[in-house]
Design a protein around this ligand. Sequence first.
Ligand code: PHB
Length: 368
Amino acid sequence: MPMTADDHADVEVLFSPVRLGALELRNRLVMAPLTRNRALPGNYGQRASAGLIIAEATQVSAQAVGYPNTPGLHTPEQAAAWRLVTDAVHARGGLIVVQLWHVGRVSHPSMQPDGALPVAPSALAPEGAADTYTGPQPFVTPRALERDELPGLVADFAHAASLSRDAGFDGVEIHGANGYLLDQFLRDGSNRRTDEYGGSQANRARLLLEVTRATLDVLGPGRVGVRLSPLSRFNGMRDSDPLGLTAVVAAELDRLPLAYLHVIDRLDARSPGARADAVARRTFRGPLILNSGYGRESAAQALSAGRGEAVAFGEAFLANPDLVERYRAGRELNVPDEATYYGGDARGYTDYPFLDGRLVPAEVGVSD
Ligand code: PHB
């Protein structure tokens, strides 16, 4: 679509402040959580001009891991290491929450404590291969969690939320998306349980809601967000009624004092959107973060149309530490380099240039 003068006027909405629960964002451009398989404070410090940074998916326990070199938040040492990251962001006036996850069946015994089987709502393996320290290995059939293990999982999320405060985060995002444990409970392709955590849509939402309430109890109102991706097929996910499920989950979340609901409309930006966010908006009245495939003009249009309160950008923030400035000035973007997305060193992590050619702001360290 050709750009008009009106489109230009509209982009101002991106740079207006917005309140998401207890979080006062100075603009509506949110950095989406991005698995990078290496954690250094410089990456986030460089991107502190975002309205909000959602730090990458972070394990709530030793069992929660599913990928090499992803960060955790279940020990005091990890909280202390994260403090370097949150300090770097806060020193530059930014806000940062951490995404908390348990990968469930998207793991492999080689990464689990004592070589145990990964856990899941039901003993159903996803298609595909786990990303292990020795390369891809076929997914194994997970062990179905016992009913009496579930309170421990809720407690793990609450513990990580408590450590998130020690680490200096402004809040947490509960990862209920993309085929990881809480999403495995939500969708009937992966949840065949016959107890009160399976069957009806309300039952399948029970664990997500318990986790969300427990973290809210720790952090207080307005400091917990939830991410959902009801339409994503990533990690072998499917559901017989994804939009019905979305409406039910959103209605339940509406009863809680969330910071926001963050809805991925689709994981593959090239596929047409089916508007799961619009379904969520009908029953969830709190702040909504839109996600997937947005650019400067389309984000501004979505916000102007009242479809959400903020928009999350993944690859655009990955490759443009000063995305906010670039969008404000209507300048071109750096192109992301897929070869350096996962793992490795500073290349593709902290070396994307700012508009003025700077590589790293002088006051932010990147070494540890
Ligand atoms: C990934 O590492 O590929 C990944 C992690 C978390 C997500 C999606 C993808 O939510």
